[in-house]
Design a protein around this ligand. Sequence first.
Ligand SMILES: [Zn+2]
Length: 69
Amino acid sequence: MIDEEKPTGLHCPGCGKRMFKTVDSRPVHGGQRRRRVCVSCGLRVITLETIIRTAQPAPGRLKARQVNQ
Ligand SMILES: [Zn+2]
């Protein structure tokens, strides 16, 4: 899907708004690379989305959930 009009959470370095639209998305090693264009001022940026850490659910939480069920 290349049609995202919702705010992405990124602030545009050019105008400060959060109106980036993704125009291209491709997987790269360890993440996802996206070309975005600011709908407001037209600035083009490239972002890299990557997992920096994974975590197992805390054992205490799992236990609490089992008790509740
Ligand atoms: Zn902008």
